[in-house]
Design a protein around this ligand. Structure first.
Ligand SMILES: Nc1nc2c(ncn2[C@@H]2O[C@H](COP(=O)(O)OP(=O)(O)O)[C@@H](O)[C@H]2O)c(=O)[nH]1
Ligand SMILES: [Mg+2]
Length: 226
């Protein structure tokens, strides 16, 4: 019975996620869903990413947290439209669901926007289970979290297209084995693209920005052919 109930919730979510994807395609917006455990560096990465992409690529952001507008305050400094979702008003959900994104997307002006970035709620488990209508998924894992996290929390790494290995500026001070971390990610998902970077120093950002630009180009090309 419990399984049936869960299945129903996920079915409804998937239906709304498809509606979201259709809406984003109508608007010509490429959508990235960025996920990680709390504190891995999503917002810091996005602050730098927005500065690099704008004004060539027009961006908007939806950010989810249980409480506070801290991240929206940080990200709106870049001048892009930002909507903050707080889930404590509806049960303190630890992930963003498709209906929540549908509502937020209807409140943001997407005409003329090339890229919508969704910073999901900090959690390495639940966000991976919910399709929100995005085109690509990115997981951020920082080198302070331990090399075994990809094998302990495999679904997140299975469903993502790119893994950003953040905080590599800290490697000289840690016992972290970066090759083991990379192998563990590849073991779960051999297809995933892995990029080592530091949101503090900016190292690795060229590769990350190029990946985003390539994804947007590919998306626009296939959309024009359709
Ligand atoms: N040393 C170092 N600290 C970082 C880096 N990226 C983020 N941080 C720090 O990690 C903490 C959490 O970052 P935040 O972007 O808020 O993580 P989020 O919860 O995933 O959005 C903050 O204190 C950041 O300054 C990095 O590349 N290197
Ligand atoms: Mg954040």
């Amino acid at each position: 019975m419990e399984v049936k109930v869960l299945r129903k919730v996920l079915d409804v979510n998937d239906t709304i996620a498809e509606q979201n994807r259709h809406y984003f395609e109508k608007k010509g917006v490429f959508v990235l869903n960025v996920m990680s455990a709390p504190g891995a560096g999503k917002t810091t990465i996005l602050e730098k990413t927005l500065t690099s992409l704008m004004p060539k690529i027009k961006c908007a952001v939806i950010v989810g947290d249980i409480c506070t507008t801290n991240d929206a305050d940080r990200l709106s400094k870049s001048g892009v439209p930002v909507i903050q979702i707080n889930t404590d008003q509806f049960g303190g959900d630890c992930h963003l669901a498709a209906h929540v994104i549908q509502r937020a997307a209807s409140e943001i002006q997407l005409d003329g926007i090339d890229l919508l970035i969704i910073e999901n709620i900090g959690n390495l488990v639940c966000p991976a289970e919910f399709d929100i209508g995005e085109h690509k998924r990115v997981v951020v894992l920082s080198v302070t979290e331990g090399e075994d996290k990809p094998v302990k929390y495999p679904l997140m790494f299975r469903v993502c297209h790119t893994a950003l290995i953040n905080k590599i500026d800290l490697l000289p001070y840690l016992d972290a084995d970066i090759q083991l971390l990379r192998n563990n990610i590849a073991q779960i998902n051999p297809e995933i693209n892995q990029i080592e970077l530091s949101a503090k120093t900016g190292i690795g950002f060229k590769e990350w920005i190029t990946w985003i630009e390539d994804q947007i180009k590919l998306y626009q090309k296939t959309r024009n052919c359709a």
